[in-house]
Design a protein around this ligand. Structure first.
Ligand SMILES: Nc1nc2c(ncn2[C@@H]2O[C@H](COP(=O)(O)OP(=O)(O)O)[C@@H](O)[C@H]2O)c(=O)[nH]1
Ligand SMILES: [Mg+2]
Length: 173
């Protein structure tokens, strides 16, 4: 079965997305050999059942605590999975740091620029088209709590691409 990992910094809206995307069969477990909990569920994508994992929040892949260690292990273990990288669009730099690390691991990625409502209220300007073209992966503004952008995000999963850091550097320099 295909697997999708929801990843991002803590408090960016991963679990709100998870709850919107999954149905009733949600399973909470410990990651083997740890006390770190995570949740997995299922969603239907283009007629196929896909497993969705709400990965513990992490700021980077240089793990600083147990939860971050689990996030890194999941990314390595499920190396054939697509990653929905959830960013707080009003705190873009932090989120992009992790997104670039995930891209560097060659996972197909789509980026949710979440908290788009807050970002607008705070008058923070994000050039979505430019960001998408630099990163070379689908990049969709979203508001997890209202579901805005969710449809577009889900339909972009099929276009998730494995960008390369070299190509990204080439596009910014
Ligand atoms: N304003 C706003 N709040 C959001 C949005 N998405 C999530 N939240 C809120 O942000 C907080 C953290 O969300 P949560 O899903 O628990 O984050 P997680 O730690 O990444 O799983 C909660 O209070 C959510 O209701 C959004 O798009 N806009
Ligand atoms: Mg959560």
């Amino acid at each position: 079965m295909k697997r999708i990992l929801l990843m991002g910094n803590p408090n960016v809206g991963k679990s709100v997305f998870f709850n919107r995307l999954t149905g009733v069969n949600v399973i909470a477990s410990n990651y083997a050999g740890t006390t770190v909990d995570y949740t997995k569920g299922y969603m239907c994508l283009e007629g196929e059942d896909v497993e969705l994992i709400d990965v513990p929040g992490t700021f980077s892949l240089e793990a600083k605590d147990k939860a971050e260690e689990v996030a890194v292990k999941m990314l390595d273990e499920y190396n054939d999975s697509v990653v929905i990288c959830v960013l707080d669009a009003s705190k873009l730099e932090r989120g992009l740091y992790l997104a670039l690390e995930i891209i560097e691991k060659c996972h197909p990625v789509v980026i949710a620029l979440n908290m788009w409502d807050d970002t607008m209220v705070k008058n923070i300007e994000v050039d979505v088209a430019k960001l998408a073209s630099i990163l070379g992966v689908p990049t969709v503004p979203t508001v997890a709590i209202t579901g805005e952008g969710l449809k577009e995000l889900v339909s972009s999963i099929g276009d998730a691409s494995s960008a390369t850091i070299e190509a990204i550097i080439g596009r910014v320099s």
